[in-house]
Design a protein. Structure first.
Length: 357
């Protein structure tokens, strides 16, 4: 019954290899679950970033002409919103692929467990046969090679059930090895794609903040220049009104020496008698009308400058708020990258494989 002992030992060795392969596959399953948690966290972060960017004030978006042609009139999406949408679709696709692979991995782990249990059951059957034999019968002769069982025989120790269990375990182990290789490649690819998508969004947000700050500085300069132009126009209007008042003459009798009735303009005082028409009167009247028009024009220009200054100040405030929101989103994303749940060794392996490629 030495053959029974060899068959039992072979079955137990196979069961041990299957169990070890199951442990390795279970470790890869844990890595996949950690990667899925990282993807889920990335999706939640993406949604939080999208919601936070909706707090940006209206009119703070700066889009190109091509974007304005392709976007609707109600909601304006800038480049950062498009990058966030692209990252969300990328993470959702990666999550679906990994979930499908994880289901297949769990099924294969159950298959390995059943193969291991079947091998242990067959080995236990062989062990019960050995328990019925005397130890002297089961002792192996030194120097004699162990028999190689390749064909199953119902009457031999290597029964068809044992052969079927051994064949199933061999195919399961081989399939598990291929599956682990595929899982590692898929995890590396998923981590690299996730890292690339996150880096693209971070770079886009950083560029957006830089553009907003640059535009904010330009608006601040323009607002100061508009305020200076408003003050100059106000002084010009004051000078015009002063000149217009001087052409109109004094406003009360205390300003003149004559006790006659005072009517504006001053030249009307000298029109008390016929034949005293002065040519300066018409010129003063024309100049007075011209100065009145200039004063009205200056008033309108001053009003437009004030409205422009108010618009620039409101735009400056919106740009400042938008830059603060985008900066907060960028800081949140960087904190999330520092607290990622993916093992560092797996990420390093992925980066190393990328460099080798």
């Amino acid at each position: 019954m030495r053959a029974v002992q060899e068959v039992e030992a072979n079955l137990r060795r196979r069961a041990s290899r299957v169990a070890q392969e199951g442990v390795r596959l279970h470790r890869d399953q844990e890595l996949m679950e950690a990667t899925l948690r990282s993807l889920q966290s990335g999706l939640m972060l993406n949604q939080a970033n999208s919601r936070q960017r909706t707090k940006r004030p209206e009119g703070a978006e700066t889009v190109s002409t091509e974007d304005q042609d392709t976007q609707g009139t109600k909601t304006v999406c800038d480049g950062a919103d498009l990058l966030l949408g692209s990252e969300r679709r990328e993470l959702q696709q990666l999550k679906q692929e990994l979930e499908e692979t994880l289901r297949h991995t769990r099924t294969h782990i159950q298959s390995l467990s059943s193969c291991c249990a079947r091998l242990v059951a067959c080995a236990s059957e062989r062990a019960r046969v050995l328990d019925l034999l005397a130890p002297s019968v089961c002792r192996r002769v030194p120097g004699r090679p162990a028999p190689k069982w390749t064909k199953a025989d119902p009457t031999s120790p290597y029964t068809p059930e044992c052969k079927e269990a051994a064949d199933r375990s061999s195919s399961a182990v081989l399939e598990s090895q291929h599956l682990r290789t595929s899982i590692r490649q898929q995890l590396h690819h998923a981590l690299l794609r996730q890292r690339a998508a996150q880096q693209a969004v971070n770079d886009g947000l950083l560029k957006k903040v830089a553009e907003t700050v640059t535009l904010q500085q330009s608006l601040s300069v323009m607002c100061g220049a508009t305020r200076q132009a408003t003050f100059r126009k106000r002084r010009e209007k004051a000078l015009i009104l002063h000149s217009h008042g001087r052409t109109q003459g004094p406003e009360y009798s205390g300003d003149v020496l004559s006790r006659e009735r005072l009517d504006r303009p001053l030249v009307q005082v000298y029109h008390r008698h016929p034949g005293t028409q002065l040519p300066e009167a018409a010129q003063l009247n024309q100049g007075s009308v011209l100065l009145s028009r200039l004063a009205s024009s200056c008033q309108a220009q001053e009003s437009r400058l004030q409205r422009s200054c108010h618009l620039l100040q409101s735009d400056l405030q919106r740009k400042s708020s938008a830059a603060a929101v985008d900066s907060a989103v960028l800081r949140m994303r960087r904190r999330h990258l520092e607290q990622r749940s993916v093992p560092v060794s797996l990420l390093q392996d992925a980066l190393q494989s990328q460099k080798c490629m």
